[in-house]
Design a protein around this ligand. Structure first.
Ligand SMILES: C[S@@+](CC[C@H](N)C(=O)[O-])C[C@H]1O[C@@H](n2cnc3c(N)ncnc32)[C@H](O)[C@@H]1O
Length: 312
């Protein structure tokens, strides 16, 4: 029969080695590679690797590979016996001269990592915007901003098209109601959004929304207003469906002169000037509008955009 003491004795035998205790102390403070650990403890790599092998086999450390390096750290969840033993051993060894020296050397080894990024940014500041886009695309921060939504809020994505924005908002809102007049666009939206049970798709017109009065907290017109024959009417509808204090958000084109867009894509408006938009918003009783001319996106071929936020 296996004795309850077996686990304790086994853990004790693993910990009863000065090098292993030093490695664990270091790996509890920070993830490190084998070569970084060797620099700190000043022991040959073959010995450090052998000890790491034991610690890893016994569940004391976990490792992940990155390129050609293995990164080690103390296992995030030790079993309760191991945890208690480790706390006791740590109390004894962490104030010793050897552990203090290890800590100081570890700090300078880790400092090298920080210096690498510092050197990179001090020499590449001017290229960063370009590199950011090249590496992570233009939408990296959008998902982050969706997290600013109050999770209790209901959002209306008006003129949702194929549901790109609806998809971005769905994980963060309590419900997203998406409206579009085109069955073909809604079919694609339905496919994109099938895994979100908090999304409702409605076919309908923005000038006569198929939504209840005061039923949403945020109403969004994303790249759709230039298709709406009567924007004043669409704003009145947005006002009707918003709860008091709700937000209206718009992104659309600044005024431009690409008349071919009417023929080619059915645009009704060649963008919007601040004055004409301000007039419609005022007439629909929206308050405190903030309009922001968006910076040019080097990869976008269309006219410049603006964003606007106003309150009901
Ligand atoms: C350019 S797409 C934009 C879609 C989406 N908002 C986006 O950002 O990807 C414009 C959408 O608005 C819809 N639309 C245009 N006028 C509309 C109206 N009066 N009522 C309802 N939907 C409309 C079109 O069917 C189309 O799907």
């Amino acid at each position: 029969m296996v004795q309850a003491t077996d686990g304790v004795l086994h853990h004790l035998s693993t910990l009863a080695d000065e090098t292993r205790a030093r490695l664990l102390l270091l790996l509890e403070r920070s993830e490190m590679t084998v070569s970084e650990l060797c620099q700190v403890v000043q022991i040959p790599q073959s010995t450090v690797s052998r000890h790491l092998g034991v610690l890893s086999q016994e569940g004391w450390v976990t490792a992940r590979s990155e390129g050609t390096s293995r990164h080690y750290r103390l296992a995030p969840s030790l079993d309760p016996t191991a945890k208690r033993l480790w706390e006791a051993v740590k109390d004894e060894v962490s104030d010793g001269a050897m552990a203090r020296e290890d800590r100081i050397r570890a700090e300078s080894v880790l400092e090298v990592r920080a210096q690498r990024s510092e050197t990179f940014f001090s020499s590449q500041a001017g290229r960063w915007d370009h590199l950011r886009r090249e590496l992570f695309g233009a939408r990296a921060e959008l998902q982050l901003l969706a997290g600013l939504l109050d999770p209790e809020e209901v959002v209306a994505d008006l003129g949702c098209g194929t549901g790109q924005l609806t998809r971005l908002l769905a994980p963060y809102a309590s419900r997203v109601v998406a409206v579009d007049r085109s069955p073909e666009m809604l079919d694609l939206a339905r496919q994109r959004l099938r895994e979100y049970s908090n999304v409702e798709l409605h076919q309908g017109e923005l000038e006569t929304l198929p939504l209840e009065a005061q039923s949403v907290d945020v109403a969004i017109f994303a790249l759709v207003l230039h298709y709406v024959v009567n924007p004043g009417r669409a704003f009145a509808e947005a006002h009707r469906i918003l709860r008091p204090g709700g937000r209206l958000l718009i992104v659309d084109m600044q005024q431009h002169d690409r008349a071919a867009f009417r023929e080619d894509m059915g645009h009704v408006w060649l963008g919007f000037s601040p004055d004409e938009l301000g007039g419609w918003l005022e007439a629909a009783d929206f308050r405190s509008p903030v309009r922001d001319a968006l910076p040019a996106d080097p990869e976008a071929e269309g006219p410049l955009l603006f964003s606007l936020r106003a309150f009901r």
